[in-house]
Design a protein around this ligand. Structure first.
Ligand SMILES: *Cc1c(COP(=O)(O)O)cnc(C)c1O
Length: 429
């Protein structure tokens, strides 16, 4: 079998020029960790510098005289992010962090006291732990015992979520009020069918919210058309808005008019913010779920980062991302042993419609292989116990990056270089 030539694929890539607008870390010739922290772009750097300059020269005046004004920057950016997740104007807020946004949405939408006997929340057992911590603590805050009110749905024997079984679980318990699910699972990269799951949940009288942290900027969504009740995510992975970048949340318009569960003055109607009224008039839609003054420097980084995503276009980014991960899998299968105790396998689904933005490569030596790769100039990450995540980001990674990553992996396995690294404590039985 002749493998596709990476250089030729790069030469034919309509998005290849975007790579030059990013800072590739000098110590890491091949950076495949954009699903943990996306890289800095020149565009994001320029917008942060602009806001610093505005702060220097305009001081308080920047709130109204900044270009664009700081006062409405969060709303301006929110409407741009809304387009990336299939939401309308006013349906997204750019605010807080991912986990805080989950707390805010639970505080606003979850109604265990409605008197209809529905008090339980269903979540995926393998969800990013912060979400589970938030759900558990939120239940306690409402005076509910998580052991009785949080139902955890586990993956099947292949490590993947069986969506048909999940659909059944959504309809199986008349006490279920809400499900909180991943759009793309952070370990396996499995992409769920948001529309089908939302339809199943709603048919059973259950509300549903999704964590888009591993899909926003990589996978197009149609949240409003799908009828999703709410969603939340971070902007520092595929959207490259910087470490700890301000997060995002989505609220379906059917929930407009709900009082924010966690209220603060920045969620008030913008026209009345400075009335300093004792009673709050919440802004319409998602904007009303903001709490305090937005971190404008952080928002500036998102502004520049969004310019790039919009210019490239999410449909083209998704198409290239699928080709990059498919290329990686083809190379790995052709050049490395699969099966057997020392073999590799993929934890991610193979089908395009079920695959998010990364390849989840399984090996019992995953932790040490990840470290050996890093010292060979290939940045990936390890998710316990046995997954190495390779996340080629369509905006700045090339097919050649994927080719080199596999080349280094082949060299490491041939020389057993990973065995020079001490065993992680967690791997010692
Ligand atoms: C990265 C990530 C988060 C991050 O939460 P923060 O509050 O931004 O730290 C949450 N959920 C998932 C699924 C993630 O991948």
């Amino acid at each position: 079998m002749t493998l596709p030539d990476a250089r030729q694929l790069d030469a034919d890539d309509a998005l290849a020029a975007f790579r030059a607008r990013f800072y590739l870390p000098p110590g890491a010739p091949v950076y495949l960790d954009g699903n943990s922290l996306g890289l800095l772009s020149l565009d994001a750097e320029a917008s942060v510098r602009r806001v610093l300059e505005e702060w220097k020269t305009l001081a308080i005046g920047g709130w109204l005289e900044g270009r664009p004004p700081w006062f409405t920057l969060a709303e301006t950016l929110a409407d741009r992010v809304a387009a990336l997740v299939g939401a309308g104007p006013g349906q997204v807020a750019v605010t807080n962090s991912t986990t805080v946004n989950l707390h805010q949405l639970l505080a606003t939408v979850y109604r265990p006291d409605a008197g209809d006997g529905r008090t339980k929340i269903l979540a995926f057992a393998g969800e990013f732990p912060s979400d589970l911590y938030a759900l558990t603590s939120h239940l306690r805050l409402r005076g509910l015992d998580p052991a009785a009110h949080l139902t955890l749905f586990s993956s099947g024997a292949d490590g993947l979520i069986d969506e048909a079984a999940l659909g059944e679980a959504l309809g199986a318990d008349p006490a279920l009020q809400l499900a909180v699910l991943p759009a793309v699972v952070y370990t396996t990269g499995q992409l769920l069918d948001l529309r089908a799951l939302t339809a199943r949940a709603h048919a059973a009288g259950v509300q549903v919210g999704f964590d888009l942290s591993h899909s926003v900027g990589a996978v197009p969504h149609t949240l409003t058309a799908d009828g999703v009740d709410f969603a939340f995510w971070c902007h520092y992975k595929y959207l490259n808005a910087g470490p700890g970048a301000v997060g995002g949340l989505y609220l379906h318009p059917r929930h407009d008019g709900l009082q924010p569960g966690l209220a603060g003055w920045w969620g008030a109607h913008k026209g009345s913010l400075f009335d300093m009224a004792r009673e709050m008039t919440p802004a319409d839609g998602a904007s009303g779920l903001q709490v305090g003054t937005p971190p404008v420097l952080g928002l500036a980084a998102l502004e520049g980062a969004l310019d790039l995503a919009e210019e490239a276009g999410l449909v083209r980014l998704r198409e290239k991302s699928l080709r990059l991960t498919a290329y990686l899998m083809t190379q790995i299968e052709a050049r490395l042993p699969t099966g057997g105790a020392d073999g590799f396998r993929f934890a991610n689904p193979r089908a395009d419609r079920q695959r998010g933005g990364h390849v989840a490569l399984v090996h019992r030596e995953a932790a040490r292989i990840c470290r050996a790769l890093k010292d060979a100039g290939v940045v990936t990450d390890h998710r316990p116990p046995d997954i190495v995540r390779f996340a080629p980001v369509a905006l700045y990674n090339s097919f050649e990056d994927c080719h080199v990553a596999v080349e280094r992996l082949v060299e490491i396995m041939a020389s057993r270089a990973h065995e020079n690294y001490p065993l992680e404590r967690s791997l010692v039985p």
